[in-house]
Design a protein around this ligand. Structure first.
Ligand code: XMP
Length: 519
């Protein structure tokens, strides 16, 4: 997966990544201001920038000092393109450094909340914000001087040039981080840049995303093309299918493979939503038996993932043969996947499988209408397309399903126990109104029996682990501080309602060092 989405919007702001933790956050803030944004590497050339015809450019922060060897730079011709540039933190220092300003090494850095003093009513960038305000700082070097053509519009005790602008040259910089919530006027400043400096129309909405994508899908698929989409029950494939259906109508066929490893009620819900409500042609393959057969004796987590992935492909290929003439395959690839695949040489932790994990040699042209979107934007598109909340707001669910939440061999009996326990966990979370705060909450069957006493009888039965995490993007996660009363209810219900379980434990491991799933 490489490349960028074709023409996803008329106005684009490029966020140049200088190795910041915050590049994605900046891109999101720009989108929240209704301007489409894309992250690009700092190695982008002026010609490449020109070809993208951006409305504005934002330089992100970064961990380096402009003075060290190998510090990331930008092609200086970018400054001559007539496109307004806003630099943030390292980005601001780089603008100063490359445009005859001075960046000095401070005696000490500024980290965390800092008081900013605004000068000259804040120039155009900080206009409308208070004379003193809290901003979030995270820097060691500081800009100490800028050429006369620049106006210094704010300072802090350790950053004499905490914000500057040269409106004629279209150059703006802030030493602090306007993209984080700890800078209360940050979003206002980003919007000043977009609206005032760039003249962006701020018309990018989910409705406009749908219109654009429908048009692009129609162009790609033409008047005759037939499309298939593998539904996983997850948000991404559901929204992608609904979007493609809007574009090509009954030339879309969805394939839903019931692996037998789905959550309780999941298969019925998919049929109900897609066939009945959305009126999308659905091939529903019940393949549980086949999956259980192949999973017999499989204990190793990676082997399990591979087995499930492989069987999924076999079943899908058989199903697709019944859709005559299909040349196009829908995939719910999201923007973070696109960004990551461009940069990632990280160690492999798990062989991820999802409906997108189909083999490379599959003979389809891919349709990826969500390639430019973040997860919350995909949810908003889903709602706009009329998908029900139960689909749009469902938790992420791994491609190998409950198979990676059962430690040891996967059997139909164990899946049945886990489905019941998992149902209770999710229902209690929903009843507590925590659905949207919790990234994922589910049950795990660790394959451990323990001794208990129920009704004066000795028991020797399964333990269930409750796993609930909060997260922004699943790259890192924290165990959710669920109220004791809620944990108590879950525990009582699981033991009383799920036969064969006599003990419940709560997983208090964050990621890292744990992963969200157990396998
Ligand atoms: P881990 O366990 O690696 O999971 O912390 C991170 C997120 O990814 C989900 N997950 C998967 N999603 N195919 C998927 O589509 C997979 O094979 C897979 N494995 C894990 C997991 O539920 C969590 O949200």
């Amino acid at each position: 997966m490489t490349g960028t989405p074709a023409d996803p919007a008329e106005e684009t702001v490029l966020v140049v990544d200088f190795g910041a933790q915050y590049a994605q956050l900046i891109a999101r803030r720009v989108r929240e201001a209704n301007v489409y944004s894309e992250i690009v590497p700092h190695t982008i050339t002026a010609d490449e920038v020109r070809a993208k015809a951006p409305t504005g450019i934002i330089f992100s922060g970064g961990p380096k000092s402009v003075h060290v060897e190998g510090a990331p730079q930008i092609d200086p011709e970018v400054y001559d393109l007539g496109v307004p540039v806003l630099g943030i933190c390292y980005g601001a220092q780089l603008i100063a450094h490359q445009n005859d300003g001075t960046v000095g090494r401070n005696e000490r850095g500024e980290y965390g909340r800092t008081e900013l003093t605004v000068k000259d009513a804040g120039g155009s960038l900080l206009e409308g914000t208070p004379g003193t305000q809290t901003v979030w700082m995270s820097h060691f070097d500081a800009i100490t001087d800028v050429p006369d053509t620049f106006d210094v519009i704010a300072s802090t005790p350790d950053a004499p040039v905490a914000a500057f602008e040269n409106a004629d040259a279209g150059l703006y910089g802030v030493q602090y981080h306007p993209e984080v919530v700890h800078s209360p006027f940050g979003q206002h400043v980003i919007e000043r840049f977009l609206g005032d400096a760039c003249g962006a129309s701020q018309a990018w909405t989910m409705a406009s995303v749908i219109d654009t994508q429908v048009e692009l899908i129609q162009q790609q698929v033409g008047d005759e093309g037939r499309v298939i989409c593998a539904l996983s029950g997850g948000v991404d494939s559901a929204v992608a299918a609904a979007l493609v259906h809007k574009a090509v109508g009954d030339r879309l066929t969805c394939v839903y493979v019931d692996t037998g490893l789905m959550r309780k009620g999941e298969s019925d819900q998919i049929v109900e939503t897609f066939e009945r409500h959305q009126k999308i042609e659905l091939i529903h393959v019940s393949a549980a038996e086949r999956f259980f057969e192949h999973l017999q004796g499989v204990i190793d987590p990676e082997q399990k993932r591979k087995t499930i992935g492989e069987q999924f492909i076999r079943v899908f290929e058989a199903a697709k043969a019944s859709v005559e003439g299909a040349q196009y395959l829908v995939q719910g690839t999201l923007y973070p996947d696109v960004i990551e695949s461009g940069t990632s040489d990280a160690a492999k932790i798990k062989s991820h499988h999802n409906v997108g994990g189909l083999p490379d040699d599959i003979e389809f042209e891919l349709v990826e209408p969500l390639r430019s979107l973040f997860k919350d934007e995909v949810r908003a598109v889903g709602t706009e397309l009329g998908l029900p909340d139960e689909i749009v707001w469902r938790q992420p669910f791994p491609g190998p399903g409950l198979g990676v939440r059962i430690i040891g061999e996967v059997t139909p009996e164990k899946v049945a126990v886990l489905q019941e326990a998992d149902w209770i966990v999710r229902e209690e979370i929903r009843l507590a109104g925590l659905d949207r705060e919790i990234w994922q909450a589910f049950a795990v069957l660790p394959g451990v029996n323990s001794v208990g006493v129920m009704g004066d009888e000795r028991t020797y039965a399964d333990a269930v682990i409750i796993r609930a995490v909060t997260s922004e993007d699943a790259m890192t996660a924290d165990w959710a501080r669920l109220p004791y009363e809620l944990l108590d209810r879950m525990s009582n219900r699981i033991i009383n309602e799920v036969a064969g379980v006599n003990r419940v434990a709560y997983d208090i491991t964050s990621k890292p060092p744990g992963t969200i799933e157990w396998e």
